[in-house]
Design a binder for this molecule. Structure first.
Ligand SMILES: [Zn+2]
Length: 181
């Protein structure tokens, strides 16, 4: 940022007293602007053994597949955000069962929180940010056309856990350019 969003004065970028990281600082109105990671919430929504996937109509990764997920809004709980994203991207209503996976992406300042859930019915269709929606089993899932390593890792865990008959919780860190796994 170049200008204070509070008063419009040009900001400087330096370490405030008592801090240890540089921040944007407005010396006119004494505001310090802290930037923190963004949360992305989403869910693996199952219906009759298959999971709901969306083909992205937006960048990044236009045309590739993902589970419903997006940025958490202010004033929203994480599970409600995952339900909202499922409704927005796939016009689908989901009941959240459990928190399932957390991924740190420190190189792009994001944290993914993915839930497990069940579709309430098989009524779904592409939302505005989606080209195509589809229910996939492990065998017919477009593994080489997934949009994000977080989604790929989560789905690998999901089908492995389901085979074992026990869903655990999974946490990991995605490194830049890392192959998902
Ligand atoms: Zn200011």
């Amino acid at each position: 940022m170049n200008f204070c969003s509070n008063c419009g004065t040009r900001v400087s970028h330096r370490i405030p007293p008592g801090d240890n990281l540089p921040r944007h600082i407005c010396d006119a109105c004494n505001t310090i602007f802290y930037e923190n990671p963004k949360m992305i919430v989403g869910c693996v929504a199952e219906w009759e053994g298959k999971v709901l996937l969306c083909r992205r109509a937006i960048e990044p990764r236009h045309g590739l597949w993902t589970v419903p997920a997006g940025f958490l809004e202010n004033g929203e709980t994480t599970a409600a955000g995952a339900q909202r994203e499922t409704l927005e991207e796939a016009n689908a209503r989901v009941e959240i069962d459990a928190f399932y996976a957390l991924y740190n992406l420190p190189h792009i300042n994001q944290i993914y929180m993915l839930f497990r859930g069940r579709l309430l019915d098989a009524d779904f269709s592409p939302g505005a940010e989606t080209l195509e929606t589809r229910l996939c089993d492990e065998a017919d899932l477009p593994w080489d056309q997934l949009a994000f390593a977080t989604v790929r890792n989560t789905l690998i865990h999901y089908f492995n856990d389901r085979r074992k008959g026990e869903f655990g919780f999974h946490m990991g860190t995605i490194e830049p350019m890392a192959r998902a796994r």
